[in-house]
Design a binder for this molecule. Structure first.
Ligand code: ADP
Ligand code: ZN
Length: 436
């Protein structure tokens, strides 16, 4: 099912000609209206007219998160401020938030992209969708809201938090779809169980739109089992738009990137060079259809690879793998690169563990120590030590085989690790403390 069949199934050749026109237009507007881009292009001796083919994008400068911070608050805005009708800010997971600006047309495009996301999950008029993304500066809340409303579904704007009320509404209203972070989806499932409500059996939930943070396959399975729905991964970022940049279809094999609106590159994060489909690298996005804040070659720091084949759903937009990590949440432990997602993957393969964990990195004399705290299922956490010791050994072995380094494991009681209603904070790095 498509929201905009013509766009979503556009033949490749046509798509590329649309992309080129939009790219040329975007570069022109950025050059004329944004001093930051004019200076950057001038420094490279490039004029907007030099962009004659899609591959010429590689001549353009990158934009980084730091550039957003340096030009904060209005430095990247390309329209008079009286044309801006909304301002959002990123969640600030990795530092000072950045702000994003939208004209009315930008909001219309955003709603359309989110309508495509939701239609891909078979949401339609008559559905009731509970939107438990945080409403406010965060793009998740209003982004999902506008898309669902455009589709014609009834939106329950529950926002994040108050899980008991969330469950009550899901049950009483016969809610059929849920939108929130995967962390929060788990909390809703867990709270249901505590209340003796098995949402998988008693609710009408059918589909979930979960994004804004990584979610491994085993974690997805866990969410699907405890809520009784199909969990679709959705991706987006404030600098580029918000949610709606990429999404899964019912095949759940890769996220389709809305290529009529974004030009996609995957680069080697070290050299900045472009990588062919299939190779893992940093996702770089150029907006092709944004008025208030066009962005050239944004380095997302998200690690993906592109699928070389087309999807049976008929969408011609390229698919990317689920995000396996951010270049900036990669930990270097004793010289080895470790992504929290690898740890999550390993943990959820072991029976008897709950999907709640925390990673603590510390330095013991001169050696990095990686410790993984993970909750154990209720039925295993008894007074007897033996089963726990066996389990701990199993977890250590699993982690070692995935990471290639030795780790410490601490099994903790169910319910003891801090829960997050937005994006989970998985890593505590104590190595930098006390340096100053
Ligand atoms: P912040 O960078 O402060 O977290 P945002 O709220 O804009 O700001 O978050 C965007 C980032 O969230 C993306 O760059 C990506 O790292 C992460 N993200 C968004 N959606 C997903 C997803 N489906 N899977 C994994 N990570 C995601
Ligand atoms: Zn598909």
């Amino acid at each position: 099912m498509y929201w905009n069949k013509e766009a979503e199934t556009m033949p490749r050749e046509k798509l590329e000609s649309v992309q080129l026109l939009r790219l040329q237009e975007t570069v022109k507007r950025a050059y004329q209206n944004v001093a930051f881009y004019r200076d950057a292009l001038d420094r490279r001796g490039i004029k907007p007219d030099d962009i004659r083919s899609l591959s010429d994008v590689s001549q353009l400068p990158f934009t980084t998160k730091q550039d957003f911070r340096d030009t904060y608050p209005f430095g990247l805005v390309a329209v008079p401020m009286n044309r801006v009708v909304r301002i959002h800010a990123s969640s600030g997971t990795t530092g000072k938030p950045v702000t994003a600006y939208y004209t009315q047309k930008d909001l219309d495009v955003w709603a359309e992209l989110m309508a495509r996301v939701m239609t891909a999950g078979e949401l339609r008029k008559g559905d009731i969708i509970q939107n438990a993304y945080g409403y406010g500066l965060f793009t998740g809340g209003l982004g999902a809201h506008d898309g669902a409303q455009l589709v014609g579904a009834a939106v329950v704007p529950s926002s994040v938090g108050n899980s008991r009320r969330q469950i009550l509404l899901i049950q009483d209203l016969g809610v059929t779809a849920l939108a929130c972070t995967p962390s929060y989806a788990l909390i809703i499932g867990e709270t249901g169980r505590e209340l003796g409500t098995d949402l998988a059996k008693t609710s009408k939930l059918r589909v979930g739109f979960f994004g804004a943070e990584p979610c491994s396959e085993p974690m997805r399975k866990e969410i699907e089992d405890c809520l009784g729905l199909k969990a679709l991964d959705i991706y987006g970022l404030t600098e580029i738009l918000g949610p709606g940049v990429a999404h899964e279809c019912m095949n759940q094999r890769g996220l389709h990137l809305a290529e009529d609106n974004f030009l996609v590159e995957v680069i080697d994060p070290e050299t900045g060079r472009s990588l062919p489909p299939g190779q893992k690298g940093e996702l770089v996005l150029t907006t092709l259809n944004k008025e208030a804040m066009p962005v050239l070659r944004y380095r997302t720091r998200d690690i993906v690879s592109l699928y070389p084949d087309t999807c049976p759903c008929g969408r011609t937009f390229v698919r990317m793998t689920k995000i396996t990590g951010r270049t900036d949440d990669m930990l270097i432990v004793r010289g080895v690169n470790v992504f929290p997602s690898q740890i999550e993957d390993a943990l959820l393969r072991v029976d008897g563990l709950e999907p709640h964990y925390q990673i603590v990195v510390d330095r013991d004399s001169h050696l990095d120590e990686l410790e993984v705290w993970v909750e154990v299922s209720e039925d295993i956490f008894t007074d007897e030590i033996a089963p726990l010791e066996t389990l701990e050994l199993k977890v250590r072995k699993e982690l070692e085989s995935v990471l290639g380094i030795w780790t410490r494991v601490r099994l903790v009681e169910p319910g003891t690790l801090e829960r997050s209603e937005g994006k989970a904070k998985r890593v505590i790095d104590r190595r930098d403390l006390g340096k100053r």
